[in-house]
Design a protein around this ligand. Structure first.
Ligand SMILES: Nc1ncnc2c1ncn2[C@@H]1O[C@H](COP(=O)(O)OP(=O)(O)OP(=O)(O)O)[C@@H](O)[C@H]1O
Length: 330
């Protein structure tokens, strides 16, 4: 079953340019200049029910805009978008009950209420049955370890604690689609790990469709099977994550620890030194040259302490962006 069907979608923001100064303020009353920003360009996308889709891209690539379009917070300029058969920006009440939106940059819970009062209010708003509500609440507060914070006003919680409450609030009504825009901002790495684990669990148990944006690529890799890469509002990749990494993983990283004898070893030109400090030498090289270098190193020093790793995903994805920058500038 298709949950999200997007065709030729574009979003152009229109902003009035206002120059500083008194004279310009007067001129602005009679004549204003407009600046258009094409945040999403001719985008096609299909998401099946139960999929976990990651949206990645550099700052300003259009990730938040796309997730806002899908959840109905903003209207597209052109193109068509259907989510669970609804047109999101019409904000049909049944549509709102079937989705949830969590943003790391925006609070949705009521600042002056305690977390528990906020959740009780959400239960009423979404007409969640008392029994199901209690079970979900106790499960979620236990997993995210916030049981003892429920009676505190939201405004008195730390950023990470507030984020956890936002996530709980979003999941209480058991949405069919969960939109998450940078949900791990402010979470410590243990909570981050628990949240990812929980997202995978609800995806598996409840078959919840998850759409996730994050600058932390480990979130995407851990939770999503597929990801799209946006650049200047265009979708430049739409692929299974493993395939994307394989395609762009063109380097291996070798680290040699604490071996002064190897300082005299001359690396061939295809090796690029990343770090050469007192305690380690780190260099990158093409994967097909690893065997050759490995043999060379060990023939000179059989007791070497070395590690061979894949390039980290952040560098791989940033190479995907850069490649697109180059092709746009050509
Ligand atoms: N309300 C708005 N009015 C005008 N331009 C906007 C508005 N919101 C976003 N933009 C512009 O649209 C483009 C896409 O913004 P968007 O927030 O979707 O990017 P993003 O990929 O989420 O970026 P980031 O990673 O920095 O959060 C940017 O150029 C941004 O400046």
């Amino acid at each position: 079953m298709i949950d999200i069907e997007i065709q030729n979608l574009s979003k152009v923001y229109e902003n009035v340019i206002k120059q500083s100064g008194f004279r310009n303020s007067i001129l602005y009353l009679f004549h204003s200049q407009k600046k258009l920003t094409e945040a999403i360009n001719s985008l096609d996308l299909q998401v099946m029910h139960g999929e976990c889709l990651g949206i990645v891209g550099a700052n300003g690539a259009g990730k938040t805009t796309l997730i806002k379009l899908m959840s109905g917070i903003i209207m597209p300029t052109s193109g068509s978008i259907k989510v669970l058969g609804y047109t999101p920006f019409e904000l049909d009440i049944e549509f709102k009950k079937k989705i949830a939106f969590v943003s790391g940059q925006r609070n949705q819970l009521f600042f002056d209420l305690t977390a528990l009062d906020s959740f009780n209010l959400l239960q009423e708003i979404y007409c969640v049955q008392k029994k199901a509500f209690k079970a979900s609440l106790s499960e979620l507060t236990h997993i995210l370890e916030v049981d003892d914070l429920l009676d505190r006003p939201i405004r008195n919680l730390s950023l990470g604690e507030r984020m956890k409450m936002e996530i709980i609030g979003a999941l209480l009504h058991d949405p069919q689609i969960l939109f998450l825009d940078e949900p791990t901002i402010g979470l410590d790495c243990i909570s981050q790990g628990k949240l990812r684990q929980y997202l995978k669990e609800i995806n598996k148990k409840r078959n919840t469709t998850i759409i996730l944006t994050s600058h932390d690529f480990s979130d995407i890799i851990d939770v999503c099977q597929r990801c799209i890469v946006l650049s200047h509002g265009y979708k430049i990749y739409d692929e299974n994550i493993e395939k994307l990494i394989k395609r762009f993983n063109t380097k291996k990283i070798i680290t040699i620890y604490n071996d002064r004898k190897m300082r005299s070893f001359v690396l061939p030109d295809f090796c690029k030194i990343i770090e050469n400090s007192d305690d380690k030498l780190v260099f990158a090289l093409p994967p097909d040259k690893v065997g050759y270098i490995y043999n060379q190193l060990f023939s000179q020093q059989p007791t070497l302490d070395i590690s061979i790793e894949d390039e980290d995903i952040a560098s791989i994805i940033s190479r995907v962006y850069k490649q697109e920058e180059i092709s746009l500038n050509e």
